[in-house]
Design a protein around this ligand. Structure first.
Ligand code: TTP
Length: 713
């Protein structure tokens, strides 16, 4: 349900920019001979020429539509050029389009707060730039208005048929215009310039809407396409909204819109104006009622979020008709493909943007054989993400089985060999959401040490190490243990499941929006589905259990021990190893040298050599610690004689990791902290501040509950 937000000023200048026939433009840039020709991009599945997913404006003139298949398009437009979407892993590979979208975003973000809303759509908050322009060089003082701006459509403006541009020029130059209109005129000029820059730098055209809020800007951007922009002055809002079919409004395309039509007889936004706020609240609750009342009047307080990167990553595939998946093995095969792609994208997001995702979700479309009347949906499932392809694959498959159990009932899942009983899968989609930036602290600390530790032979390695370290610190169980081991720079090497479970505690976040156009099969509202899986524990200290219950190889894990890593419980082992942990500090004296010693420790070749030689290390303790870090990274256990001496009473890799990479923050000597630059000190203290976490876990709210046998089994 939409939520009414505090209204913000109607003097904001918001733009919505939408690329024109985006995938086609990307393909035309690759093959310039396609420019100006009727062209369409078709899906991977080549049945009947493949389904059209993007259609050029030239092809639209012949009546070609997105709903057609290639062969139908050929019938209405024989000269149409059909380009197949790139393919990888037996499915559409959208990376070229995503990257092209990023190019555009980087240009549009030059003039104001920028929110990437989908693969080819962006919202911009240009209020500040417009105000500056109005104060310094308002449009009426400009010598000329650029041609692109003069092609603007200004809603409500009386245009003189043949001389529309002259009418628009007068609107831009009107010195006694309403303040809001003057700001809009500035916004329109800025957007026209940005669109020209996009064209110049990327060769892509786009269309835009410029208004006082996101809702109106989005409505306007689609009104005049391609390569044009539409301005919505305050006084034209009602004229724009009244005739609009109710389902065309953002957030009213689904159930709520249908309910308005069916229950209240509302077919256009104008119809909605007849209902009082109170009446709407009676029907839909206080928040939604108020939201509807406002929306009908073009009032929306939604802010443009500052986000240049996608909020989630997803990979999906449909299996229509005879291609429906009917065996567990075939589901697993495809899930593996999808997870591999997802994992690669997560890693590149981590490497390029220093961002980590926290929630893995599986969405499935299915039907029951011999039960055509069943309307039960395959439930969507989520769990905390563990990085590494093999782990994501394992968790995704377990989520599938958890969903299947609910969908068909555990009694009917019995399989005989590879044969299933009673279900067919027509769509699979795996997504990663709740993506957060690794807090900037370590990144600037990394930069700091990057400059400081010039003698280091493996500087890059050390920086990576710090970055991962911070990722883990930020979400560690009780906030007082800093850990290095949960994520590793050479994440790819962690993929084989070695029994070293690298857990990612999850954090609560606002609901996400997925990039709905981004995948061949991504259910519309991942978020609704996330929320349907409300029993996923949204608290950090439950993660271990949750994942244990998901992991089919859970036997490899000692739940209690893993918890120690997260919760910082002090076991006998933990206490023993503490002495060892602090030795480098005492010996080296300062945090600076401590970090320096870590970063300068072992280049990878030396490390390999030491392992290869299987010799006891004569290096310092900190060197041993780096050795063990590499072991964890690579999923190998080092020769016993490379283990720190104090850990000989421990066994296995968990002990090794704990010995090497955990220490208690309250033992850090303030004097050593004081040796760091002021800004770094502040950041380090932020890490060290104990995080208070509410105990929000409800009884019966663990993933574990999903894996208990169904009651009726
Ligand atoms: P849209 O912005 O909806 O459409 P478009 O850019 O092709 O055309 P328009 O000029 O009318 O905006 O979608 C952006 C891209 O997303 C589109 O080029 C292809 C892809 N897409 C799909 O793959 N499947 C879909 O169902 C839709 C709607 C889009």
């Amino acid at each position: 349900m939409p939520v009414s937000r505090a209204q913000s000023s109607d003097s904001r200048i918001i733009a919505h920019v939408d690329m024109d026939c985006f995938y086609v433009q990307v393909e035309q840039r690759k093959q310039p001979t396609l420019r100006g020709q009727p062209t369409a991009v078709v899906q991977y599945n080549s049945w009947k020429g493949g389904g059209l997913i993007a259609v050029s404006y030239e092809a639209r003139m012949f009546g070609v539509k997105r709903s057609m298949r290639g062969s139908e398009a050929k019938e209405v437009c024989p000269e149409i050029q059909l380009v197949q979407v790139p393919v990888a892993r037996g499915k559409a590979d959208l990376s070229v389009y995503r990257n092209a979208g990023s190019e555009v975003v980087s240009i549009l973000s030059r003039k104001g707060r920028c929110e990437r809303a989908s693969i080819d759509e962006v919202y911009l908050d240009l209020t500040e730039s417009a105000e500056t322009m109005l104060a310094e060089l308002p449009p009426h003082r400009l010598e000329s208005i650029n041609e692109e701006a003069l092609k603007s459509h200004v809603l409500g403006l009386d245009v003189d048929g043949d001389n529309a541009r002259e009418s628009v020029r007068k609107w831009f130059l009107k010195s006694d215009a309403d303040h809001r209109d003057k700001l809009l005129a500035c916004g329109a000029l800025i957007v026209s310039e940005l669109r020209l820059q996009v064209l110049e730098e990327t060769e892509f055209t786009c269309s835009a809407g410029i208004a006082h809020n996101k809702m109106l800007a989005k409505l306007a951007s689609g009104m005049n396409k391609p390569a044009q922009q539409t301005v919505v002055p305050f006084l034209s809002v009602n004229k724009l909204l009244e005739p609009l079919p109710i389902k065309k409004m953002k957030q009213l395309g689904g159930k709520l819109g249908t309910s308005l039509q069916v229950d209240l007889g509302v077919n256009t936004v104008g119809d909605l104006l007849h209902f009082s706020e109170q009446k709407l609240q009676e029907h839909y609750g206080i928040n939604t009622g108020t939201w509807l009342w406002n929306a009908a009047r073009g009032i929306s307080g939604d802010e443009v979020e500052s986000r240049l990167l996608p909020k989630s990553h997803g990979s999906g595939k449909t299996f229509p008709g005879p291609r429906a998946l009917k065996t567990s093995a075939s589901v697993q095969k495809w899930l593996n493909e999808l997870c591999e792609e997802l994992s690669e994208r997560l890693l590149s997001d981590l490497e390029q943007n220093k961002r980590i995702a926290h929630t893995l979700s599986l969405h499935v479309n299915a039907y029951k054989l011999n039960d055509s009347e069943s309307v039960k949906k395959f439930p969507s499932k989520s769990c905390p993400i563990r990085y590494g392809t093999a782990k994501i694959q394992e968790d995704a498959f377990n989520l599938f089985h958890a969903g299947l159990r609910e969908y068909v009932g555990s009694c009917t899942i019995k399989t005989k060999g590879n044969l299933h009983h009673g279900w067919a899968i027509t769509g699979l989609s795996i997504s990663a959401s709740k993506i957060v930036e690794i807090p900037s602290g370590t990144r600037s600390i990394s930069k700091y040490f990057d400059n400081q530790v010039k003698t280091c032979t493996s500087e890059k390695q050390s920086i990576d190490l710090f970055t991962q370290y911070d990722a883990d610190v930020s979400y560690s169980g009780n906030g007082s243990y800093l850990k290095f081991h949960s994520m590793c720079p050479q994440m790819k090497n962690c993929e084989e499941d070695t029994g070293n479970k690298h857990f990612m505690p999850i954090v609560n976040q606002d609901k996400d929006q997925n990039e709905s156009k981004d995948e061949s099969f991504i259910p519309k509202s991942i978020d609704e589905q996330h929320s349907s899986f409300s029993t996923v524990r949204q608290q950090q200290d439950g993660v271990t259990q949750d994942i244990l219950s998901l992991s089919s190889s859970g036997a490899e894990l000692n739940q209690k021990e893993t918890k120690i890593d997260f919760l910082g419980e002090e076991t006998e082992h933990g206490l023993k190893s503490k002495e060892q942990k602090w030795k480098p500090y005492k010996e080296k004296g300062t945090i600076l040298r401590y970090f320096g010693s870590r970063s300068c420790s072992l280049p990878k070749e030396d490390h390999d050599k030491i392992l290869g030689d299987n010799k006891a290390s004569s290096s310092s303790d900190s060197k041993v610690m780096v050795d063990s870090f590499f072991e964890v990274v690579e999923g190998k256990l080092p020769p016993k004689n490379l283990l720190p001496r104090t850990s000989t009473t421990l066994s296995g890799q968990d002990e090794l990791r704990r010995t090497a990479w955990s220490y208690k923050s309250d033992e850090i000597d303030q004097i050593t902290l004081n040796e760091l630059p002021i800004e770094i000190q502040a950041e380090v203290r932020t890490w060290l501040r104990p995080h208070k976490r509410a105990n929000t876990m409800k009884k019966g709210s663990s993933i574990l509950d999903y894996f208990l046998p169904a009651r009726n089994s």
